[in-house]
Design a protein around this ligand. Structure first.
Ligand code: IPE
Ligand code: IPE
Ligand code: MG
Length: 229
């Protein structure tokens, strides 16, 4: 008999649609990113409350780094503000923050703020929010392949996984993409091998806790076979 899925352990969100949300309101794109940040804070709270263990948020892709300088500066300013203001909340009650991606391309103070909040995280948290910042799966896989070459010898799937940014995390079992596009845009390609995918037209700043619950309910109703009969 087939088993329905329990609550996902690691939910990934491709938080897309901030720019269109702003455009619809005749606002600058930065207003969409700001509204997206506000939503992140609430969703983190909610995901933790309902018992999800990891929330992995795609905040900036390697490809996004080719956006206009003003948009990137605006995003970096938001990272500065929100990581400063919400650090105590993100780290409260045995919660941890992790960042995956190449921070070296970010302004040094932004990278430092992110490293600092990660380093203040507890060792065995009950809940972890993972921010993917200047993250790209292909870059991550190539980086891991280079480590593997340096180590020499043969790799297994397990030993290769341990060379990725996500080494100590479970693979995402559920990936949600807001904003209507039907693609992964270089997000967790290796780790998503068996993730359930969920696409919604809702633009990220409009993606409420209720929309999140609806997605989770959808996941819980799915049968995951992992290749078996
Ligand atoms: C996603 O929203 C946030 C980032 C990529 C930083 P977009 O900025 O891609 O919003 P749209 O897709 O233009 O609406
Ligand atoms: C994906 O959104 C990246 C993030 C949400 C951070 P994009 O808006 O950059 O993706 P594409 O360009 O539509 O594939
Ligand atoms: Mg987009």
């Amino acid at each position: 008999m087939s088993e329905k899925s329990a609550l996902p352990v690691n939910v990934g969100i491709i938080m897309d649609g901030n720019g269109r949300w702003a455009k619809k309101r005749l606002l600058p794109r930065s207003a969409g990113h700001d509204a997206g940040m506000k939503r992140i804070i609430k969703l983190v709270r909610h995901a933790c409350e309902i018992g999800v263990k990891y929330l992995t948020l795609y905040a900036l892709s390697t490809e996004n780094l080719s956006r206009p300088k003003e948009e990137l500066e605006g995003l970096y300013n938001l990272f500065r503000t929100y990581f400063e203001k919400y650090a105590p909340e993100l780290l409260k009650e045995n919660s941890a923050v992790k960042v995956i991606g190449d921070l070296s391309a970010l302004p040094e103070d932004v990278a430092e703020k992110m490293r600092s909040i990660c380093s203040r995280s507890p060792e065995n948290p009950q809940f972890t929010v993972v921010f993917a910042v200047n993250y790209g799966s292909r870059a991550e896989i190539v980086r891991a392949a280079n480590f593997a070459c340096e180590l020499g010898g043969k790799m297994t799937e397990q030993s290769f996984s341990r060379l990725l940014y996500t080494a100590d995390m479970p693979d995402p079992d559920f990936i949600i993409r807001t904003g209507g596009e039907l693609r992964l845009s270089n997000f967790l390609l290796w780790q998503a091998a068996y993730a359930e995918l969920y696409f919604t037209d809702v633009l990220f700043p409009d993606f409420t806790d209720k929309h999140f619950d609806k997605a989770i309910k959808d996941f819980c109703g799915r049968t995951r076979r992992f290749g078996k009969v």
